[in-house]
Design a binder for this molecule. Structure first.
Ligand code: ARG
Length: 460
């Protein structure tokens, strides 16, 4: 059994079961590249503070670089005996360069190391996330352009409501996701602050240059309270909240794709390569890819909740509970990144079945609002116009006709003000002409927003 760094204080060896119970290296080894990076910068700060000689610093640097290479090539062996990523690397350094390795921990605590590593790791993850989100947004724009002009029934309560351009409907997701990108940007302001120099929680007892360390590591600012620095996990919870929001929107889109691919709708087809069959029913083609995205939301939202509960009632400063923050973050990031990619692929491969959509436009009295609006232009107050239109819809339904199939005499039974010009109103073309408002589904409005979005995405 290896000696623990704290063995001086202890009269018996650690219990084997507890050793295994308490280790974190099985998951926090993911932080190894950041541990090395931060250690290199910290060692330099110790040198500049006169704690390490040039020779010692160079030795530590050389050792850490070797370890870095071993980790990259997969040769490095992480051992549970050394508990976490920090002590595994320290132990490896000792094996390479001897006692000098132990000087690296001067004034430093794992409590600050772990938050430093985690922040650096999340900074890289954010970069990757933003890239993925952008390609997803581009996929939406391309699909909206490809099917520009295709009209689908729009829904409220999953009931036919009013016509809408498919491009407009799908671009709603672009707008949602755009805000998540903004959220991530804003979040990065609070993420990119360096805790190094906080030590266990009271601040480092040696005169190291915190500002210089932060700058070298790519942080934008410093934590201004060492207790806060090692205790807070708000930066993890906030990210998971954003991930949950992203996933919620993806799950709504996934749900729509699933519904649209049913025999009942038949609006879309998804490529075979993203679907699965059944082991018993030979005819089946199932949209499992979208279903899995919908399913993974549960996991990401669960991860968020796990973290919220982890922090609740936790006294300051560092407590070992905090070690449990990493698995949910890693898992949530993995699932969210994969889901964004999956949805981008689905959107790229999606095909609209225009022929199947057309008959749906005749159902559900999509133009009833136009009839009510027409009555308004003839001086009837909207509430009354709404009522009259409702009665006409019931009548038409009984007759098995669409609104535009009703005769003028039939209309007149409900309202004298209705004239021949009603038929111009009851067309899909007219509906869209009347929706050229900023943010509306008019052809020009949608085109304009698409053009804007294409430029905007390059700037984002
Ligand atoms: N493995 C620990 C974690 O992830 C590192 C910090 C340990 N600090 C301590 N005082 N035991 O939180």
């Amino acid at each position: 059994m290896s000696k623990k760094p704290w063995s001086g204080r202890f009269q018996e060896n650690i219990d084997k079961f507890f050793e295994d119970f308490s280790e974190s290296v099985s998951f926090d080894h993911k932080l190894a590249p950041y541990e090395i990076k931060a250690s290199l910068v910290y060692a330099e700060a110790l040198k500049e503070a006169g704690i390490l000689t040039d020779k010692e610093f160079n030795l530590i640097k050389k050792g850490l670089k070797e370890i870095e290479k071993e980790i990259k090539s997969g040769k490095f062996i992480f051992s549970k005996e050394y508990e976490d990523v920090h002590m595994n690397i320290e132990k490896a350094l000792y094996e390479k360069i001897g006692e000098t390795a132990y000087k690296l921990h001067t004034g430093r605590s794992r409590n600050e190391q772990v938050v430093t590593d985690l922040r650096l790791y999340l900074m890289d993850e954010c970069k990757e996330l933003k890239k993925l989100i952008k390609s997803f947004m581009k996929a939406i724009i391309s699909k909206a352009e490809e099917y520009y002009g295709v009209v689908i029934p729009g829904f409220t309560h999953l009931q036919h409501a009013q016509p809408v351009l498919f491009s407009h409907w799908i671009m709603a997701y672009y707008e949602m996701i755009r805000f998540h990108l903004e959220r991530l940007r804003d979040y990065e302001k609070r993420l990119k602050i360096s805790p190094l120099g906080s030590s266990a929680f009271a601040g480092c007892g040696f005169n190291i240059d915190r500002k210089k360390i932060a700058k070298k590591l790519g942080f934008k600012d410093l934590t201004k309270n060492s207790v806060f620095a090692v205790s807070s996990r708000d930066f993890v919870i906030e990210l998971l909240f954003i991930l949950t929001l992203i996933m919620l929107d993806l799950s709504r889109l996934a749900e729509e794709l699933i519904i649209w691919m049913t025999q009942e709708f038949g609006f879309i087809d998804l490529p075979d390569r993203f679907c699965t069959g059944s082991s018993i029913m030979p005819q089946k083609k199932n949209p499992d890819s979208a279903e899995l995205v919908r399913g993974k939301v549960a996991s990401v939202a669960g991860n968020l909740f796990q973290l919220i509960l982890l922090i609740k009632n936790l006294p300051l400063s560092y407590n070992r509970d905090l070690q449990e923050d990493k698995p949910p973050v890693f898992e949530a990031l993995e699932n969210t990144k994969k889901s964004i990619k999956m949805m981008a692929l689905l959107i790229e491969g999606l095909k609209l079945n225009k022929k199947n959509i057309e008959p749906h436009l005749k159902k559900g009295y999509l133009l009833a609002t136009e009839l009510a609006d027409y009555l308004v232009t003839k001086g009837i107050p909207f509430r009354k116009a709404h009522h009259i239109t409702g009665e006409i819809v019931v009548y038409a339904e009984k007759k098995g006709k669409t609104l535009e199939e009703l005769k003028l005499e039939e209309f007149k039974k409900f309202s004298e003000v209705i004239e021949k010009d009603i038929y111009q109103w009851l067309t899909i073309e007219n509906f869209f002409k009347r929706r050229e408002i900023l943010g509306g589904t008019g052809y020009n409005s949608v085109k304009k927003r698409l053009e804007e979005a294409k430029k905007e995405i390059e700037r984002l």
